[in-house]
Ligand binder design. Structure first.
Ligand code: KIV
Ligand code: ZN
Length: 390
């Protein structure tokens, strides 16, 4: 059986940029877009053109800049003016896509639009039809699809397929779904919508319950072929699906027979770059790209990793662009870790020497959060054994 491709739709520059305090100017957006091109994403959602002149400019400039066969996408509401402005901004793009949509859940229909299901279908169909008069590639988002009943979702999808929608985005806007539920939603659409196999189903999952990545994976396992995600999982509230996580999950589980076009060796540096440009620190325990993702600090783990990296690591750090695993020295570290780090700074310790240095090390480590290379020299000097540097 062959491996199928899952398209990576990066929305760092649109949903990701909605994080308060993380707004980017056009210059910064261009630098990130260039990096996303290098990383190998399939779609760049470059912005929401009607939202501000700056965002219009960014979408237009990104369209000019990106030379590869990458789709450049602009967001709109299901509103004529939005669609006209987006199509104008996307004129520079080699492969433009308009991403339009409307809320479909009971809550959105009743409270946001004071409307009804029939009127929502009509608006959705009108928006997609209008967008198709400007560009061939039109994606529709059924906002709050996670809380939309599946039967209604299927009806709206079917109506949109009839007017030529190319991608159907099923967002779990509020991050409410459980993976089984989200996966079942995608499966339901696959099984109950006429023409569904002629379009791409897309997952767009938010992380309010920490399930964005799990839900996206459940989506592709059940037939979706596009994941909408951001670098470092940034985005509204608790964020979006993290690009680096879904990419590495599919890579580490070849039995799923799904893969992406991403050059995983650029994941770490891309994460750092986005973090720096947005002024948003990556949490140290963040999967794949956090500072501690390949750091080992407890004695038992360190001993295992020094003997064989795979004892406690399921990913080779090199595969995501991290130079090497690190052995962090703390008061929980054992002799194996101390000997290993001492050797790196030039001390080849015999067993007896190690026993002596280890006693001194523990005294030191109890006073500090982490023992660094310079401390090792001090610790060795503090013992009365003569240890030659090699
Ligand atoms: O979360 C969401 O529903 C969105 C849509 C605008 C795609 O971001
Ligand atoms: Zn979103």
């Amino acid at each position: 059986m062959s491996t199928e491709k899952v398209q990576i739709f990066d929305t760092t520059l649109r949903d990701g940029e909605q994080v308060p305090g993380c707004k980017l100017d056009t210059k910064q957006k261009l630098v990130i877009a260039e990096r996303l091109e290098l990383l190998g994403v399939d779609v760049i959602e470059a912005g929401f053109p009607i939202s501000s002149p700056g965002d219009f400019k960014s979408v237009s400039e990104i369209g000019k800049l990106i030379k590869k066969d990458i789709i450049i996408c602009g967001l709109t509401r299901a509103v004529k003016k939005d669609i006209e402005v987006a199509s104008e901004a996307l004129k520079t793009a080699k492969r433009p896509r308009i991403h339009t949509g409307i809320g479909t859940s009971e809550s959105h229909i009743r409270h946001k639009f004071n409307s009804n299901k029939e009127a929502i279908i009509e608006k959705a169909v009108a928006a997609v039809t209008y967008a198709k008069s400007f560009v061939e590639d039109v994606e529709f988002f059924a906002e709050d699809a996670g809380r939309t009943d599946n039967e209604f979702l299927a009806r709206i999808c079917e109506a949109l397929i009839k007017v030529g929608v190319t991608v159907l985005n099923i967002p779990d806007t509020t991050g409410y779904c459980l993976p089984e539920e989200y996966g079942a939603k995608i499966k339901y659409l696959q099984e109950n919508v006429t023409g569904i196999h002629n379009v791409t189903l897309s997952c767009h999952c938010h992380n309010d319950l920490g399930l964005a990545t799990a839900n996206s994976i459940a989506g592709v396992v059940n037939g979706a072929r596009q994941i909408e995600c951001t670098i470092n999982g940034i985005g509204e509230r608790a964020g979006n699906t993290a690009l680096e996580e879904v990419v590495m999950i599919l890579r580490q589980h070849p039995n799923l027979r799904l893969d992406t076009n991403i050059n995983s060796k650029l994941l770490y540096s891309t994460s750092q770059m986005v973090s720096e440009k947005m002024g948003m620190r990556v949490q140290p325990n963040k999967a794949i790209v956090g500072a501690n993702a390949f750091a080992h600090s407890s004695g038992i783990h360190q001993d295992g990793v020094i003997k064989n990296r795979e004892t406690y690591e399921i990913i080779d750090p090199f595969d995501v662009g991290v130079d090497q695993s690190s052995i962090v020295l703390t008061a929980r570290s054992g002799r194996a870790a101390l000997a290993y780090r001492a050797k790196l700074v030039g001390y080849e310790l015999t067993k007896n020497q190690l026993d002596t240095v280890y006693i001194e090390f523990l005294k030191y480590a109890d006073l500090k959060k982490e023992v660094v290379d310079n401390d090792i020299h001090d610790i060795v000097s503090a013992t009365d054994v003569a240890i030659e540097k090699v």
